[in-house]
Structures are given as structure tokens and as C-alpha cells.
Ligand binder design. Structure first.
Ligand code: NAD
Length: 264
């Protein structure tokens, strides 16, 4: 089996990265950061997001597992003290795979330029480059509303505990292939009106955002930020692809939610 280890870059994570490399090589696993079967991310959720984007073109062949060197992560459940145990699991036991849905985002341009396709593990956010965001929101090809406000967030189920939660969105179990559209400070008065509630869309219901006036937008895909000019539309739906996590023990989603947000 071929493996790669990705570090957050701080001293603790780098040391752990080296130890994991040495242990797994001693177990006669091959280090290959081009075509790994398993990627071990050492750091936090941000490191796992980074690892996902590094290998998003070979999701069917690569599984991910996360070790957190800081506070408990949503994607990184192993702690540094357990690293020997994890290494033995990776080397000796065939692991189970748990798949989580992803978000597909396609940005199309007015000048006929080549469209860009992205996959998000957490979410895509859209804000105006200047002033309020004004967007027509279409669902399944029908105009649903004209949104005016700070921005829109379209999240995956596993991303529902991240930015989406801070916007008052619901927490969605990752076994439900869906996307959630949540508002950032919508303008609601006698003239302008939006639904005001987060919307959860099933697989194959496409959400299309179409500019009303301005056509330059700040779009994030997870931790990645880009300014897109002359945008014609932003299409969001549940992706065909999924992320595959290597599971060596149960890691119940609701337990993670409780430990992160409820219990001390
Ligand atoms: P960062 O360093 O600013 O970390 C943001 C925090 O989000 C970290 O504590 C991280 O553990 C947590 N996080 C990431 N994914 C999560 C998930 N799926 N569930 C629960 N918590 C999660 O930035 P980063 O590490 O590069 O992560 C980028 C993410 O930051 C974005 O995908 C977005 O979800 C999140 N973010 C959140 C807010 C907010 O809550 N107001 C604002 C901007 C970005």
C-alpha cells in the first residue's frame, strides 16, 4: 500500500509526520505522495481540507484519515498519543471506508471563457466584490428569489458544522446526500424579500446563482479564495464524487457534534 503524510507545518505536526513516515516505511509500506492509497493528515480540519484539494482528482483511489494536533477536529479524530496504534491499523488491518458527499460548483463566464469546476468538502461562499450581493437564486431551473445581502453559503452535510452553522444553518448528517443554502445577512424589508431560512436541497436539485447587476464575485471553495470576473452563473449541486475516509473504529457524527459544541 502506498501512503502520503500531510502536515500542518508547525513543529509538532512536522515531527509527527516524520515519525509516521518512519513507522510505516518500517512496516514496508511505500511512501508515494503522487499516487497514495491513503493520506494521513496531521494538524487539524484545515490540514484535511488542504489534503482533500491536493488529491481531489483521484478520490476513488485515495482514502483519508486525520490526526489532530490541536483541538478536536471534525475530520481529524486521532490524537498524537494514538499514532502507534493508528500506524499498526493502517499497516495490518484492511480498513473500512466511510463516504461523505461533496459539493460541485461550476462557474461560467459572460465572455465565453472556459468554465471552472470545483469540488468542495465544506462549502462554497459567494460575496460581491463591492457592496451588497444581488443574485437571482434558481432552484431546478425556476426563479426562487432575488437575494440581496452580504452573501450566500452553499454547504455540504459535513461542512454544515463549519461556516454554515455560524450562519444559523442546520446540522445535516453526512449520510444524507444534500446541499444547504444559507444566507449571510439578507436585506429584508417592504421592497426586498428572501425566504430567510436555510434551504436543504436533495441530490440532483441544482441551485443556480445568476448575477442581477455586478458580475465580479469573491468566491471561496473551502479555504481557497478567488476573485471571479464577468460571471454569468454559479451552479451548485451534490457532486457525483465522494470523499472516502479510512475508518478503523467508530467515529459517530453526533458524538463529534456534542463534543465540539455541547460538552466542555
Ligand atoms: P480557519 O483556520 O479559519 O479555521 C476555521 C475553523 O473551522 C477551525 O476551527 C476548523 O477546525 C473549523 N472547521 C473546519 N471545517 C469544519 C467542519 N467541517 N466542521 C466544524 N468545524 C470545522 O480556516 P481553515 O482551517 O482553513 O478552514 C476553512 C473553513 O473555515 C471554511 O471551510 C469555513 O467553513 C470555515 N470558516 C468559518 C467561518 C465562521 O464560522 N464564521 C468563517 C470563515 C470560514
Amino acid at each position: 500500500m502506498k501512503f502520503a503524510v500531510m502536515s500542518k507545518g508547525d513543529e509538532v505536526s512536522n515531527k509527527l509526520q516524520q515519525r509516521i513516515k518512519t513507522y510505516l516505511t518500517d512496516f514496508e509500506l511505500e511512501y508515494d505522495d503522487h499516487e497514495p492509497d491513503i493520506v494521513i493528515s496531521v494538524g487539524g480540519d484545515g490540514t484535511l481540507l488542504y489534503a482533500f484539494h491536493q488529491y481531489s482528482d483521484r478520490l476513488e483511489e485515495t482514502a483519508f484519515v486525520g490526526i489532530h494536533t490541536g483541538h478536536l477536529g471534525f475530520y481529524a479524530d486521532w490524537v498524537p498519543d494514538e499514532v502507534e496504534k493508528l500506524v499498526i491499523h493502517i499497516a495490518r488491518t484492511p480498513f473500512q471506508i466511510v463516504e461523505y458527499p461533496l459539493l460541485e460548483v461550476i462557474v461560467r463566464y459572460l465572455d465565453g471563457g472556459k468554465e471552472n469546476r470545483y469540488l468542495a468538502l465544506n462549502e462554497c461562499t459567494v460575496k460581491s466584490d463591492e457592496g451588497s450581493l444581488v443574485m437571482n437564486v434558481e432552484i431546478k431551473g425556476e426563479l426562487f428569489e432575488t437575494f440581496r445581502g452580504d452573501g450566500l453559503c452553499i454547504s455540504t452535510p459535513s461542512g454544515s458544522t463549519a461556516y454554515n452553522k455560524a450562519l444559523g444553518g442546520a446540522i445535516i448528517h453526512p449520510s444524507l446526500p444534500s446541499l444547504q443554502l444559507s444566507e449571510m445577512a439578507s436585506i429584508n424589508n417592504r421592497v426586498f424579500r428572501t425566504v430567510g431560512s436555510p434551504l436543504v436541497l436533495p441530490q440532483h436539485h441544482t441551485c443556480m446563482l445568476k448575477p442581477v447587476n455586478d458580475v465580479d464575485f469573491r468566491i471561496t471553495i473551502d479555504h481557497l479564495f478567488l476573485l471571479h470576473k464577468k460571471v454569468k452563473s454559479i451552479q451548485c449541486r451534490v457532486a457525483e464524487e465522494k470523499i472516502r475516509f479510512a475508518r478503523f473504529r467508530p467515529f459517530p457524527f453526533w458524538k463529534r457534534v456534542k463534543e465540539s459544541f455541547v460538552k466542555d
